[in-house]
Design a binder for this molecule. Structure first.
Ligand SMILES: [Zn+2]
Ligand SMILES: [Zn+2]
Length: 650
């Protein structure tokens, strides 16, 4: 007679075997209604699963992550059910749960249209409304193969044939529709209420381009309408901000097939890129870094010694020269910086030595993983390596952490989380070295007074790391900066210094990056600001617009004057309507439109308009340029608009 232990430790005694649903019912009618599945001794099962021995049981509802997965999985079945009701010739294949939703691949004679999706979604709602009980039965493998063959479901039959002969196969169904599945599922279709089909795309059977093309329908599903709506709004927001589209619209960069994962920067995008470099160079110089530059291509042997070939080889580009030497494109800058350190005899007096490089690196990523600027194969790191003594680790780590947080604030990121990543499975160096490195980094976190969350097994192959995660304007997290403590690489590559004791010592190396990848950071900035970059970063900071050609000379003078003060300014003297010009530059997200008609040209003033459509009134050129320069120097903290309203109300 089963004794059921509940998550709070309490126990329930039953006289006979019971189902998960009955356990839920014995706790309360609310839970019985909310139950989607159960967890029996850690295994997920249907609410109809029978428990006939002592067990620990918890009830899974839509509040649990597993519950949400079960909803999504069951909604994929609901989709397949609807498709086969509407298009009986369509064959089912597979339908897994993915992030925020699910997809299902169908074999059908033609692609599904947007109208088809609407019809399918409507039918899904109908089947949900029928509130059909979800049933499960088990067949021996061969019987299951026969069963699906008879139904004309050749893909299912093929999938089942690949399962070992002795095994039995579970089938899940609702009404008279049935599919192969391991489960578990929601108890009835009525539990599936908040879903939406999002898109349809072609996909090859088993992901192999030699196979036939299937129709993949994507959808999202949630516990309730509110969650669904929030998600759809989030997606809409993210699409509005998509840096790939904005990159095109703002003429910043492009990609093309000849260089997968590598950016073609256009003049405006490159201006932004150079702003970041200039800014970082200044901050680093102030913080005592020295900038270096090391080769793109170095002998493979160096990468064998450093351990990169062993631990990172599958991401590296190799190249062979006509003299039969094999070289690698650098995936990281660290070994190069050690070569610089190794030139000449180093003394402890030179430590900490902070070497920085805007290092262009190449890392192979599968083409399916590439995503605009966010995931590329060629990128530029704002990389630095601090060579120091063990005693200096704490102070240096604290300084790096403070520098990173200060820099993020300048870019408008106030919400930063820090993760602590410890030793990964694939690593170099003894356990003792790892113990020391992890302890040193923990100590630095304590000294800096920062809180971290543990990210187990996610450290670099040569050392533990801190990861700095930014939260953007729509609540998405982006890992950017890192700080890694490394007791391994310097020894592997023969770095040493002469200590106070006149003996040779191996330095510790701190690897750190703040933006991480400049390309990716620009992608994040574009999406965070929806392309409306703060004036200090905007590729074009102001456009001087003439209303008629009579103002041409004055507009050119104004632009020249502002350019001489270091502003990035364009003129628009085209013979177009003013409204048209304003609209165009607003779409291009130029922060300020400086408009001149006869009155302005005569009075040597400008009518100022923001990209948000605000009319700030008339300014004398000298006053305006001073205000703009101050806003730029303050990195957007002093806002012209606010200062104008203050000035006018004073
Ligand atoms: Zn299923
Ligand atoms: Zn490094």
């Amino acid at each position: 007679m089963p004794v059921i232990t509940l998550p709070d430790g309490s126990q329930k005694h039953f006289e006979h075997a019971i189902t998960v649903a009955e356990v839920a019912g014995s706790i309360g009618p609310g839970l019985a209604k909310a139950a989607l599945a159960g967890k029996v001794n850690g295994a997920l099962v249907d609410t109809s699963a029978v428990i006939d021995a002592d067990a620990s049981v918890s009830i899974v509802t839509d509040k649990d992550p597993e519950g949400l997965d079960i909803i999504r999985h069951s909604t994929a079945h609901l989709l397949a059910n609807a498709v086969q009701e509407l298009y009986p010739e369509a064959q089912v294949t597979i339908g897994p749960v993915i992030e925020n939703g699910f997809y299902y691949d169908f074999a059908y004679k033609r692609p599904f249209s947007t109208e088809d999706l609407a019809a399918i979604e409507k039918r899904m709602a109908e089947i949900s409304g029928r509130d059909l009980k979800v049933h499960r039965r088990v067949l021996p493998r061969d019987a299951a193969v026969e069963h699906f063959k008879k139904l004309g479901e050749h893909y299912k039959a093929e999938i089942i044939s690949a399962i070992p002969a002795g095994e039995s196969i579970s089938l899940y169904g609702q009404g008279d529709w049935e599919d192969l599945c391991r489960g578990p599922h929601v108890p009835s279709t009525g539990k599936l209420k908040a879903f939406k089909l999002t898109k349809v795309a072609g996909a090859y059977w088993r992901g192999d381009s030699r196979n036939e093309m299937l129709q993949r329908i994507y959808g999202t599903a949630w516990a309730n309408e509110k969650q669904l709506k929030e998600y759809l709004t989030r997606i809409e927001e993210a699409e509005k901000r998509d840096h790939r589209r904005l990159g095109r619209e703002l003429d910043l960069f492009h990609f093309q097939e000849e260089a997968p994962g590598a950016v073609f920067w256009h003049p405006k995008g490159w201006a932004l890129f150079q702003q970041l470099i200039g800014y970082m160079r200044q901050r680093q110089t102030e913080a005592g870094y020295l900038e270096v530059n090391t080769p793109q291509v170095m002998d493979r042997e160096l990468w064998v010694k450093s351990g990169h070939i062993e631990s990172f080889g599958e991401n590296m580009y190799l190249t062979q020269t006509p003299d039969d030497r094999v070289f690698a494109l650098k995936p990281m800058n660290c070994p190069g910086h050690i070569q610089v350190f190794n030139q000449g005899l180093r003394s402890y007096r030179e430590l900490p030595l902070r070497l920085a490089e805007f290092g262009a690196v190449h890392r192979y990523e599968p083409s399916g993983a590439l995503h605009g600027l966010m995931r590329v194969r060629a990128f530029t790191q704002d990389d630095a390596h601090i060579f120091c003594t063990p005693d200096q680790i704490t102070a240096e780590s604290v300084a790096v952490t403070q520098l990173i947080l200060g820099i993020y604030r300048d870019f408008g990121f106030e919400d930063v989380r820090i993760k602590f990543s410890d030793r990964p499975a694939k690593r170099v160096g003894s356990e003792e070295i790892w113990d020391n490195a992890e302890a040193a980094l923990r100590q630095a976190c304590e000294a800096a007074g920062i809180e971290t969350t543990l990210n187990p097994g996610e450290g670099a192959f040569y050392g533990p790391k801190l990861e700095f995660v930014l939260r953007d304007a729509i609540g998405r997290d982006w890992q950017c900066g890192t700080l890694q403590v490394d007791f391994n690489l310097p020894a592997r590559l023969g770095a040493h210094y002469i200590g106070e004791d006149s003996q040779k010592h191996t330095p510790v190396m701190l690897h750190r990056a703040m933006f991480g990848s400049l390309e990716r950071f620009i992608g994040i900035l574009i999406e965070h600001h929806e392309g409306k970059l703060p004036i200090w970063l905007a590729p074009v900071q102001a456009v001087v617009i003439g209303i008629t050609e009579r103002q041409e000379k004055y507009c050119l003078e104004v632009a020249e004057n502002l350019k001489n003060q270091g502003l990035r300014v364009e003129t628009d003297l085209r013979n177009e309507k003013l409204g048209y010009k304003i609209r165009e530059h607003t779409i291009k997200r130029v922060p300020f439109l400086l408009i001149a008609g006869d009155k302005e040209a005569e009075g040597r003033t400008l009518a100022v308009r923001t990209r948000a459509g605000k009319d700030l009134g008339s300014f004398e050129l000298k006053e305006l340029s001073a205000l703009l320069c101050e806003e730029i120097a303050s990195r957007g903290r002093l806002v012209l608009e606010d200062r104008v309203s203050q000035r006018r109300s004073a």
